[in-house]
Design a protein. Structure first.
Length: 368
């Protein structure tokens, strides 16, 4: 069998901990680990439990998904444990998610979850259980290079999750395994079907896991009741165009839902000013960004000093850029760069690391 878990030689006597979310991907990882001959233990973290989400298929780490993970473990004949991390998840992910929106930023809770609960707390838990590695169902590749383990994009570009894993540290990467990074999704589902796993045709999660109906503003209001404070929508030229219903309803680059008709040209959200509770809008040209300042930079690129490409949104294509200390400079103007999002850096297929976008430099101001 191909060495999907990169442990070398026979896996007899090895112990693999698999992070099982209840979806098809992590279930297949557990199946592959069990089939390898290693002692396999499935671990599920209960991260939240709030009414509608409990019975909702397609969420993660709650209710039905926990039951699915247990059923898969029973089918595979492996041990399965559930650990309650609800309060830790609320403090480190949900509360921070709400606070970021109130600060006029656009958060990515999935990255914060990976940085904390999943790749820090679960990492420590796997170590305590004496595991040789911690395996997950993420679509990303761990490639051994001249200087150790490297993080690379998945073979299937449509499934690649490297953007969400940029904050993985070198120590974590040395211990983590991603056996699905070299596979395409249909092949993964085929394995699940072949083994008769109940999750073989289970839909993929599409929303933020703790937002059961896609209404993130409702979650923010629940955590921070003052989140709907109204303010003004202001054009970049200083004109007040009307009121808005709260910063949490807007993100940089947004065009629809502004409710300010009768304008001579389409207007977009250019920035959010939390202190004054103003939504600043302007033409598409006003969205152009020349550079961004990054914070909490995580570097996995070793001594790489050559050209790189930067991806500033999960669905964006990487673009040519250069990193000057904490300043990321784009070769061409980039649009829709939002504070709170991540800038992930690549050299070809390799993830060099990345950082959080703290603030941006307008191309219009630079060229003025």
């Amino acid at each position: 069998m191909e060495d999907l878990f990169q442990l070398g030689g026979s896996l007899s006597g090895k112990r693999i901990i698999v992070a099982m979310s209840g979806g098809v991907d992590s279930s297949v990882v557990a199946a592959l680990a069990a089939r390898s001959g290693a002692e396999t233990i499935g671990v599920t973290l209960q991260l939240y439990d709030h009414g509608a989400a409990v019975g909702r298929v397609g969420s993660c780490c709650a209710g039905q998904d926990i039951r699915d993970a247990r059923q898969v473990a029973d089918r595979l004949g492996i041990a399965h444990y559930v650990f309650d991390y609800e309060s830790r998840f609320r403090d480190s992910v949900i509360d921070r998610f709400a606070d970021e929106y109130l600060a006029g930023r656009t958060p990515i809770p999935c990255v914060r979850c990976n940085m904390g609960v999943k790749f820090t707390d679960l990492f420590a838990l796997a170590r305590d259980l004496g595991a040789d590695c911690l395996a997950t169902g993420h679509y990303v590749r761990r490639v051994m290079g001249a200087d150790g383990a490297e993080l690379h994009r998945a073979v299937d570009p449509a499934r690649d999750q490297s953007y969400f894993l940029f904050a993985t540290t070198q120590a974590q990467l040395d211990y983590l395994r991603f056996p699905l990074g070299g596979m395409e999704k249909p092949a993964v589902r085929a394995i699940a079907a072949e083994l008769g796993l109940v999750v073989a045709m289970k839909p993929d999660s599409q929303d933020i896991c703790f937002v059961p109906d896609g209404d993130y503003a409702k979650v923010v209001r629940k955590v921070r009741p003052d989140a709907d404070d109204a303010g003004e929508i202001v054009h970049v030229d200083g004109r007040v165009l009307g009121p808005h219903k709260g910063l949490i309803h807007y993100t940089v680059g947004q065009r629809r839902g502004l409710e300010i008709g009768g304008q001579a040209e389409p207007l977009y959200v250019v920035r959010l000013e939390a202190a004054s509770k103003r939504v600043i809008v302007g033409p598409k040209a006003a969205l152009a960004v020349q550079a961004a300042r990054l914070e909490e930079i995580n570097w996995l690129g070793g001594g790489h000093a050559g050209p790189l490409r930067a991806k500033v949104r999960s669905m964006a294509k990487p673009v040519a850029a250069r990193l000057e200390c904490e300043r990321l400079v784009f070769e061409s103007h980039e649009f829709g760069v939002a504070p709170g999002q991540a800038a992930v850096l690549y050299a070809g297929e390799r993830v060099l690391g990345g950082g959080w976008i703290a603030e941006t430099e307008s191309a219009e101001l630079v060229g003025a």
